[in-house]
Design a protein around this ligand. Structure first.
Ligand code: MN
Ligand code: MN
Length: 311
């Protein structure tokens, strides 16, 4: 397999502690993008944006993930078709997941399905998922192909990788037929559309959402939680650098409030996908993505140090 010119030398938060319990890695693949390509360049842009965070001490959690993080660089993946990419990724995942609590920088959203498969195997039980996105990603096929960046939710439910009742979608608003738009709700999960969240910014206003997620987790035996954050959940005003922008979306502050307020959940991993730097302006999108990943990591670190739990 050849090395690629866009593989990245910079590191997230300049973090590189060898025995760090948290890891971060780039998945530079965007072959399933249905509109504007470029998410293969996302990891580099997110890492560069993270350097603005300096010492990385988070103002809400009062700790810096730099101390507990190693950036493993970009995984070597064949830049060919979806299945060869997924096969190469699936081969590398078990060892990476066994060694550290991992955060993944996309890449398009098709990378999430093999991660869920590997986490399901590692955890030995179906996962809860918190899914930020403009798109439901529940389509049963990808423009005539069986799988793509808009089918992983459907496939994860079909494969039994997730607890359907603990699958929560936030920010959904794209065009799509009812069967796809409502699929997660029809399977027993939760959907909070962008329309339903208009004007709700702070913790108090968003409390019904966070309470509903907690109730579901409690009622289903507290399954491990995976966070999948498609940057196009944000309004294009906050995140123009993405492949399939959908106007009238979430604000950066709305998503930040939710990440902060849900930081005590039993997360076992996160991805941030669909950042496409060629369409970005003033690095708005990569700064938002870097801040979200930083906030997730700081929240994990704060929780682990306060409860002495394994990350
Ligand atoms: Mn998506
Ligand atoms: Mn999307």
């Amino acid at each position: 397999m050849h090395d690629f010119a866009y593989l990245d030398e910079t590191t997230f938060l300049r973090a590189g502690r060898a025995d760090a319990p948290f890891g971060i890695a780039g998945l530079c693949w965007d072959g399933s993008t249905s509109n504007r390509p470029g998410a293969r360049f996302g990891p580099r842009a997110i890492r560069q944006a993270s350097h603005m965070l300096c010492d990385g001490i988070h103002p809400h959690f009062d700790c810096s993930p730099r101390a507990v993080l190693k950036d493993l660089g970009d995984l070597l993946l064949p830049n060919t078709g979806l299945e060869p990419m997924r096969a190469a990724l699936a081969q590398q995942l078990p060892a990476l997941l066994a060694a550290r609590h991992m955060v993944w920088l996309g890449g398009d959203h098709s990378v999430t399905l093999p991660i869920l498969r590997a986490l399901h195997a590692q955890q030995g039980r179906p996962l809860a998922v918190i899914h930020f996105d403009a798109h439901c990603d529940t389509w049963t096929e990808h423009f005539g192909e069986p799988s793509g960046h808009g089918t992983w939710v459907y496939e994860a439910m079909q494969e039994g990788l997730v607890v359907n009742a603990c699958f929560t979608q936030i920010g959904i608003r794209s065009a799509g037929e009812r069967a796809a738009r409502e699929y997660v709700r029809d399977q027993g999960g939760l959907i909070f559309t962008a329309r339903e969240l208009r004007g709700l910014d702070n913790s108090t206003e968003l409390a019904p959402l966070t309470a509903a997620i907690r109730e579901r987790l409690q009622a289903h035996g507290q399954p491990p939680v995976y966070l999948s954050l498609d940057i196009d959940c944000l309004d294009p005003a906050f995140a123009p650098g993405t492949g399939t922008p959908e106007p009238a979306g979430l604000s950066t502050a709305q998503v930040m409030t939710l990440l902060e307020d849900l930081s005590d959940l039993d997360f076992v991993g996160m991805d941030c996908v669909e950042v496409s730097p060629p369409y970005d302006h003033a690095e708005l999108t990569s700064y938002a993505a870097a801040s979200f990943v930083w906030t997730y990591l700081a929240g994990r670190q704060a929780r682990v140090s306060s409860s002495r739990l394994r990350p």
